[in-house]
Write a protein that binds this ligand. Structure first.
Ligand SMILES: [Zn+2]
Ligand SMILES: [Zn+2]
Length: 773
């Protein structure tokens, strides 16, 4: 079911079927028709030939070409009812960070955009930037640290406005780096996740969810980094294998005897609410219902039975500490047992009942407590224990499960619809193997904690009535309390999880641009967007959420296709990281070999959605290919100057081509027919690859054809007669070459544009040309 805002099916993206069928049929007749087209002009050619250097020097062109495109408005999209829309929203890079190879992978988006432009679609590739909450605040705090300061030296407002300035200073860097890659982004419509209009849309979505009863506030354990000062969602937790220790602690039973429990976190025993055993465990049957005394403090807690316990773990008896362990939190709720937390949000112990432990940092507290237990005879033994540590993905600190009141979104109703849309191919997933994965991700989605305790983010528009202790949500800053009408209500200090705003990115960016060209149909024209292209690593964190939230707010899918690209790896197949020292900086590569060479490297010879192995050798090879494309152009230009072309008006259908030696002419026409047939197949395959989202295959095909067939074979065969002025051969070779330039343009836009201009004049652009249909 598609709701009220649904776009008619016929407005959805469908591939131009005509293009797949069409290729040039070269007959004697069409050859003469071709001659009637002003394919080349001898005067222009001889003027331009001096301009084509022996080697393609990208440094002379790339920057100028990009400014030309931008200045002439080639990237600007508008509502154009005579054309079909093709729209991609750029996954917004962190406004504050430098470009890395992950961003360079957006080349796939540029390939799709440029290809569809040449097909005649109205293309929009919308630029943007993300405030990247915790990432950015973390970078800013490091910056503060260098000046001997910390975030605690500033109030909320000052800290926020300082980070804002810091980000704005750096934002241009990221944008200019995207320009260097040649990306055909519509900069006139760029959006930042913290733009006022975006924030207002994000607020409206939250309010709609609240009004629909999908938002609730709950006191739950969160993964809290006491060093970063914020909680993280499950997705942001970095798991680390670790050889820890299992501590066996003996608790005295009030009624007589003792019980020994095993725990990996001895310091939390001070917050215990019970000792728990399995109900079927004969060893402990007589103990259930009795009371134990906590070592040292002698606080009394019960012995309870629950099937949750694994009798094989440790001694078969465990402690229950609801405020500091996720499983125990549920057990505590089930049995109605609670005790205040004994670790604070600063990571220091509190309310333990032991004066010398209160105020001590948790890592140190463990050592002190273990020593105390041992000294007083409560520690039976310590054994090594293999375990998984949940750590902060930012700073590596072990995360502390801590109870905190937060906002949660009930994803139940959201995920149901999303699963249906993916299953029914309302949203197509490419490559196909990711479809199952996406469905699984959606099925396993748990309620989403959207509260973050950081300053750098979109502050949650929730306000608490001071009289009734109830919350209300308001999109606008409220003038009075919407609960009681006259209290000094307080806004929630927390900010939204960054993914909450980015989940709304496809519709929010288009809505915020709705009056950009004076026509109010902008959103309706481009939404749902055509393709969402991003790395497979954020399928769960981002893609799945965009589908859920996108449908909730627009009653439509946010995109019709998902295309996922792989990660960039070093020649050994390892992930690139600073610590390994194997990071390749894309900007250095552009500086050295040109943007075209880098772009081609990321796509050539890869498997769709598979990881890309990047080496400098491969970039060199792609640079050589760009030179090859250039040199073929030079050859063609030089051979054309020898062609004596009759005045255009003088070429008539049926006029006799230049006389050649008898027999030679037959060979030439055979070769041309062969080329015509082969190139027809290549064109057909190329467009089919695009239809199937096989962008690497389309590029590999053109690389192979242009270099190994067109240049190595056909030019060799026809060189002599082209230089001797055979019009048939020359014109058809030129025509095929132009088509190849168009077909390569999406991948290597700069060199193809430079050559195009050198043939067609400074003011021309390959972006104005269209594939032949
Ligand atoms: Zn941290
Ligand atoms: Zn009130």
């Amino acid at each position: 079911m598609i709701g009220k805002k649904s776009i008619p099916r016929n407005r959805r993206y469908t591939y131009h079927p005509a293009i797949v069928e069409s290729h040039v049929i070269l007959t004697k007749d069409t050859m003469f028709i071709l001659q009637n087209q002003p394919i080349f002009d001898t005067v222009l050619v001889s003027r331009q030939i001096q301009d084509m250097d022996k080697k393609y020097n990208f440094k002379n062109f790339e920057e100028n070409i990009y400014s030309f495109w931008e200045k002439e408005g080639y990237f600007k999209a508008k509502v154009n009812s005579s054309k079909d829309p093709f729209c991609i929203i750029l996954p917004p890079p962190n406004a504050n960070a430098d470009l890395h190879l992950g961003h360079a992978m957006y080349t796939y988006e540029d390939v799709m955009i440029r290809y569809h432009k040449l097909l005649g679609y109205e293309t929009l590739w919308l630029a943007g930037a993300d405030h990247a909450g915790i990432e950015t605040q973390f970078v800013y705090e490091k910056h503060l640290k260098k000046q001997g300061k910390s975030r605690f030296d500033f109030d909320r407002k000052t800290l926020f406005s300082d980070i804002w300035k810091f980000v704005m200073q750096n934002r241009n860097t990221m944008e200019n780096q995207l320009r260097k890659l040649g990306f055909a982004l519509d900069w006139s419509k760029k959006k930042f996740t913290m733009d006022e209009d975006i924030v207002s849309i994000v607020y409206k979505t939250f309010k709609h969810m609240f009004d629909d009863g999908m938002v609730y506030r709950a006191n739950r354990l969160v993964n809290y980094c006491t060093s970063c000062g914020t909680s993280f969602s499950d997705l942001e937790v970095a798991d680390r294998e670790h050889t820890g220790k299992l501590y066996y602690i003996t608790y005295s039973v009030k009624e007589g005897g003792s019980v020994t429990i095993a725990t990996t976190r001895p310091e939390t025993y001070l917050g215990d609410v019970a000792v728990m055993v399995h109900p079927g465990d004969a060893r402990y049957k007589s103990l259930v219902g009795k009371t134990v005394l906590l070592p040292i403090t002698n606080r009394e807690i019960p012995i309870i039975a629950d099937e949750y316990v694994d009798p094989k773990f440790g001694t078969g008896a465990v402690k229950v500490t609801p405020n500091h362990d996720f499983n125990d939190f549920e057990i505590g709720k089930k049995h109605g047992l609670s005790h205040p937390p004994i670790i604070g949000f600063d990571g220091h112990m509190k309310d333990t009942g032991l004066e010398d432990i209160d105020g001590v940092y948790v890592v140190k507290a463990r050592k002190l407590i273990v020593a105390k237990l041992e000294e007083q005879g409560f520690l039976e033994k310590i054994t090594p224990h293999e375990m998984v540590l949940h750590t902060c993905y930012r700073c590596g600190t072990t995360l502390e499960p801590l109870p905190k009141e937060q906002w949660f979104i009930d994803v139940g109703p959201l995920k149901e619809k999303a699963i249906e849309q993916v299953k029914n191919d309302e949203i197509h997933v490419h490559p196909k193997r990711f479809k199952k994965q996406l469905i699984q991700i959606l099925e396993n989605f748990i309620d989403w904690n959207v509260s973050r305790q950081i300053v750098w983010g979109i502050q949650i528009p929730a306000y608490k009535c001071q009289k009734k202790n109830e919350w209300f949500i308001s999109v606008e800053k409220p003038k009075k309390c919407q609960i009681c009408g006259n209290c000094a209500f307080v806004q929630d200090e927390d900010t939204f999880d960054t993914w909450f705003s980015s989940a709304q990115w496809p519709f929010a960016t288009l809505m915020a641009n709705c009056d950009c060209d004076g026509s109010d149909g902008f959103f309706d024209y481009f939404y749902p967007t055509t393709v969402m292209e991003t790395g497979y690593d954020i399928l769960r964190a981002w893609v799945s959420r965009m589908i859920m939230v996108g449908y909730f707010e627009t009653k439509d899918i946010p995109f019709q296709h998902i295309f996922l690209h792989g990660m960039v790896r070093d020649p050994k197949g390892q992930k690139m990281s600073k610590s390994k020292g194997n990071v390749i900086n894309p900007l250095d590569m552009i500086e050295k070999y040109g943007a075209d060479a880098l772009r081609a490297t990321l796509i050539f010879g890869t498997k769709e959605g598979g990881d890309v192995v990047l080496s400098e050798d491969k970039i060199v090879a792609m640079r050589n290919f760009c030179n090859k494309v250039w040199n073929i152009g030079r050859f063609i230009e030089m051979s054309k100057t020898n062609v004596v072309i009759p005045a255009k008006a003088g070429i008539q259908s049926g006029s006799v081509p230049m006389k050649m030696g008898i027999g030679v002419e037959d060979d030439i026409s055979e070769t041309l027919k062969q080329l015509q047939k082969e190139f027809g197949t290549v064109q057909k395959q190329y467009h089919l690859h695009f239809k199937k989202f096989e962008f690497a295959k389309a590029f590999d095909l053109m690389y192979d054809f242009l270099w190994h067939r067109y240049a190595d074979y056909y030019i060799e065969q026809l060189k002599e007669c082209m230089q001797n002025g055979n019009i048939d051969a020359s014109q058809y070779m030129v025509k095929v070459y132009y088509s190849c330039l168009q077909m390569l343009h999406p991948y290597i836009p700069f060199v193809t544009e430079v050559i195009w201009k050198s043939f067609h004049g400074e003011d021309s652009s390959i972006m104005d040309s269209r594939f032949e249909t």
